[in-house]
Design a protein around this ligand. Structure first.
Ligand code: X8Z
Ligand code: ZN
Length: 605
């Protein structure tokens, strides 16, 4: 996540924002162009100043949550989004047809840049930024305490239980426990949705969801259809994986806990939100093809430190020809949960000055899961640095799915052969064990897809009013059931607010980006593996050490958002469409095997 996304803005009143010149004569066209150019130039200068200011306030607040840091961060954010909203309105007044391409694109991007738009009334905009800051901080501070108020557990501790426990009662307690942090946000969330919509409408969008869907170089409606198309490509695979996992969990927990043909209870999948399932790999693994190593155990037995985990990640990027991370990254990042204060532990990557001040903020656990998350976060940082030579308004990923996909693409190259090269593994398992590896990978990558889609299906409907506040939770579970085929372990009602127990909802971070990233990273991997000369099966390819792959990747990253995303995709892959055939190709051997295992078993729910 890139914090400054929600806070970009410019604080200034441009003397002549709206162009009055109509491009009738060549002279008038020229004057309109120079007026637009000057507007954009000033906007970029001011944007940069406000980004930097708001990002610093936000960093301090996220790494030291107090009433004061919240107030300061909310104020800086308000200044930034108000100014951006003003500029966005002005940018819409320019006639772009005759403008130089670069200027026209910048005006368009200005109009689309906000994920949280300031309502016209300054009081309302102050309330809005206060609400978002407070909801995110409440999530960050979330703790679940025993009856006597002692023995409090935070999300990190509860997540460890979700990952490791095989006792349904303990799992259920942790699952219910974490969701108790959310009901107090419910009213705030409702008000936030109202105010955010006021802001979006003042910028000409029908609501905040429409504003989010407008960012993909196509109409919001076409984007919806793109998502449907991609989901239909992968849905049969998900059904197959779901049926297999259900059958194995049923064998382990018994028929009174897991139904034969209904949704899977949400607390049994190894993750607080049932969004990735690899933690239950040992329960569902086929004995005969188990790869026989567990990276978590290896890292822990070697007493790997958080910093060393990050160094491994840096080492991968260096092997592709990326410059090392600056010393300030090591000095200023937060790698471990401090013992003496509240922080927002949800992992994020930052570039505070839009140049070289890169950092990650993450409460690292020594696990295979966090080894991947580190690569994910570093992907953001290397992308941010790669486009920092672009003009300010182009310092962004081609679309938000690209930003989320880069580090994951690299993580796909963490193959057993690569781990052996690092000295973390003594022996590379033979190809006959690949099915186990592929299954473990699919439990994360394929299982995630419906979750990646549904979070915003819910929010879009909330923003449009199709889901009214008195149906927030019911509609959430309706979507969880429909897309993921999971069900809550206990009855839920409207005094609960389960969407609020997922970081991105209180923090106002759009989520469709992760669905897109899951598709894109396999397209990127397929292309880069080709560039690296790997002729093996895709899941055996690692691009570690490949200069040509690095060069190709950097060329795309350096484009930022200067061109519509299909051009960036083409620069890297030669393809202009998002396409799920790459993820399907990658897992093809597993699909065949799963279908075989599922013979005679119910599919769906
Ligand atoms: O939020 C994240 C990253 C930060 S951008 C850690 N992710 C999503 C999540 O945790 O829900 C990465 C995968 C999905
Ligand atoms: Zn991310």
């Amino acid at each position: 996540m890139r914090r400054w996304k929600i806070i970009i803005g410019v604080f200034m009143a441009l003397a002549s924002g709206v162009s009055s010149a109509q491009a009738g004569s060549p002279e008038e066209a020229e004057s309109a162009a120079s007026e637009a150019e000057e507007f954009v130039r000033q906007a970029e200068e001011q944007l940069l100043a406000l980004w930097t200011e708001a990002a610093r306030a936000s960093w301090v607040r996220s790494t030291y949550i107090t009433g004061d840091t919240q107030t300061l961060a909310a104020l800086a954010s308000k200044r930034a989004i108000e100014a951006t909203a003003r500029l966005a309105k002005k940018s819409a007044g320019f006639e772009t047809a005759d403008l130089p391409r670069e200027v026209a694109r910048k005006l368009e991007l200005l109009r689309l840049s906000l994920t949280l738009a300031a309502p016209p009334d300054p009081k309302a905009s102050e309330e809005l930024t206060r609400l978002v800051t407070s909801m995110e901080s409440r999530y960050g501070k979330g703790k679940v305490c025993g009856k006597a108020g002692d023995e409090c557990r935070d999300l990190q501790e509860l997540s460890r239980i979700m990952a490791a426990s095989r006792d349904p009662e303990i799992l259920q307690e942790a699952w219910i426990g974490w969701r108790s942090i959310a009901p107090p946000m419910r009213k705030d969330f409702q008000r936030y949705a109202e105010l955010a919509n006021q802001g979006a409408r003042s910028l000409g969008f029908s609501d905040t969801g429409a504003m989010w869907r407008a960012k993909y170089d196509m109409s919001p409606e076409s984007f919806r259809q793109e998502l449907d198309r991609l989901w239909e490509q992968v849905r049969p695979f998900y059904l197959s994986l779901h049926a297999y996992v259900r059958q194995r969990l049923r064998a382990h927990y018994g028929p009174e806990v897991v139904p034969a043909d209904g949704p899977i209870p949400a607390h049994l999948l190894g993750n607080m939100w049932a969004q990735t399932w690899s933690n239950v790999y040992p329960l569902v693994a086929p004995r005969e093809t188990d790869p026989g190593f567990d990276l978590t155990r290896i890292l822990q037995s070697r007493k790997t430190t958080p910093r060393q985990m990050v160094s491994y990640g840096e080492g991968f990027f260096s092997s592709l020809g990326f410059a090392p991370l600056p010393q300030s990254f090591w000095d200023r990042s937060l790698f471990e949960k401090p013992v003496d204060r509240d922080v927002v532990c949800h992992a994020s990557a930052w570039n505070l000055d839009s140049r070289e001040d890169l950092r990650i903020k993450m409460c690292i656990d020594i696990t295979a899961e966090d080894f991947n998350v580190i690569h994910h976060e570093l992907g953001h940082n290397y992308y941010q640095r790669a486009y920092n030579q672009q003009p300010v308004l182009f310092r962004e990923s081609a679309n938000d799915g690209f930003h989320e996909a880069v580090g994951d693409t690299i993580a796909l190259s963490i193959t057993p052969a690569y781990l052996a090269r690092l000295g973390l593994l003594n022996k590379v398992p033979p190809p006959s064990k690949d099915l186990g590896l592929l299954l473990r990978q699919a439990l994360d990558k394929i299982a995630f897809l419906p979750f990646g889609l549904l979070v915003d299906q819910w929010r879009w409907k909330v923003f449009s009013g199709e889901i009214p506040p008195d149906r927030y939770n019911e509609a959430w579970w309706e979507l969880r059931g429909r897309y993921q085929g999971i069900a809550p372990p206990v009855a839920r009602g409207e005094s609960d607010f389960d969407p609020g127990a997922k970081y991105h909802v209180p923090a106002n971070v759009p989520y469709t980006r992760y669905f897109l990233a899951q598709i894109l990273q396999f397209q990127f991997h397929r292309a880069l593996a080709g560039e690296a000369g790997c002729e093996d099966s895709l899941h055996r390819c690692s691009i570690y050490g490949s200069e040509p792959a690095g060069k190709r990747l950097r060329a795309m990253l350096a484009m930022g958002i200067s061109r519509p995303w299909p051009e960036a995709l083409e620069a890297l892959t030669g393809e202009r469409e998002m396409d799920a055939t790459a993820i399907l190709d990658y897992f093809a051997p597993l699909r065949e095997w799963l279908d075989e295992q599922n013979k005679g078993q119910p599919l769906g729910w």
